[in-house]
Design a protein around this ligand. Structure first.
Ligand code: GTP
Ligand code: MG
Length: 220
């Protein structure tokens, strides 16, 4: 009995399959915003390693899994020179995380300009945005509601977006960030082989009644 059960579950498991596709999460923001600290946190790194992160020179990629979904975190340098080449990563982006240093009010307009440029690129038109108001643990951090207003996010139209306050260093808000990313990627995932088996074309064949009649009548 248990053999039959194991056989059936393994068969169903194979039908469902582990999705081989990997999704790209693009992490952008000005230099010093905390992108690399966030990427390390999302990879479940903890402790002193987080404090030893130095400015990113070019980009850092991390390959990980959120539950069964494969994710490539692309953490790009926020230095001005590197921002000119951010666009080369737009085509492959599935999710955009834009990180802002909530303690640095003097650079919010610069962040707003950069974000605007990213969102105006047509390759990013359908990409969901998570704005992270980082460094909420630090003294003088602006609340996420104020950051949202100063960045003009409420004027965004036709885009899936959210803003979360977080502290990548302390780990606050990381779980909800992972939850948000996972929720969005789950919707992007192509149907499993198992669900394909349940489509009408698989069950009843690719022919509609008209094709069937054509074949009967030998019409090409
Ligand atoms: N207080 C506080 N400091 C943080 C937080 N996140 C990052 N930092 C600090 O901010 C500084 C910059 O962090 P990075 O993660 O290197 O910033 P980045 O955005 O990757 O910077 P670039 O690679 O230069 O683009 C470091 O000193 C971090 O320790 C946070 O949540 N709270
Ligand atoms: Mg960095």
């Amino acid at each position: 009995m248990s053999y039959i059960y194991k056989g059936v579950t393994s068969f169903l498991g194979k039908l469902k399959g582990t999705p081989s596709e990997e999704f790209n999460v693009l992490i952008l923001g000005l230099n010093n915003a905390g992108k690399s600290t966030l990427a390390a946190r999302l990879s479940l790194e903890t402790g002193d390693a987080l404090k030893r992160i130095s400015p990113t020179v070019d980009l850092t990629e991390r390959h990980l899994k959120f539950k069964r979904i494969k994710v490539c975190l692309r953490d790009l340098s926020g230095q001005w020179r590197m921002r000119q080449s951010w666009h080369t990563f737009y085509q492959e982006a599935n999710i955009l995380i834009f990180v802002v240093d909530s303690t640095d009010a003097s650079r919010l307009s610069e962040a707003r300009c950069e974000l605007c440029d990213v969102l105006l690129d047509e390759r990013m038109a359908q990409v969901p945005l998570l704005l992270l108001a980082n460094k909420q643990d630090a003294v003088g951090a602006l609340p996420s509601s104020m950051i949202s207003e100063l960045l003009g996010l409420n004027r965004l139209e036709g885009r899936v977006w959210e803003i979360h306050g977080c502290s990548s260093l302390a780990g606050d808000g990381i779980e909800s960030t992972i939850g948000w990313i996972y929720g969005k990627l789950k919707k992007l995932r192509t149907p499993s082989r198992f669900s394909k088996l349940l489509t009408p074309s698989f069950l009843f064949g690719p022919t509609c009644s008209l094709d069937f009649r054509r074949r009967e009548m030998n019409i090409s």
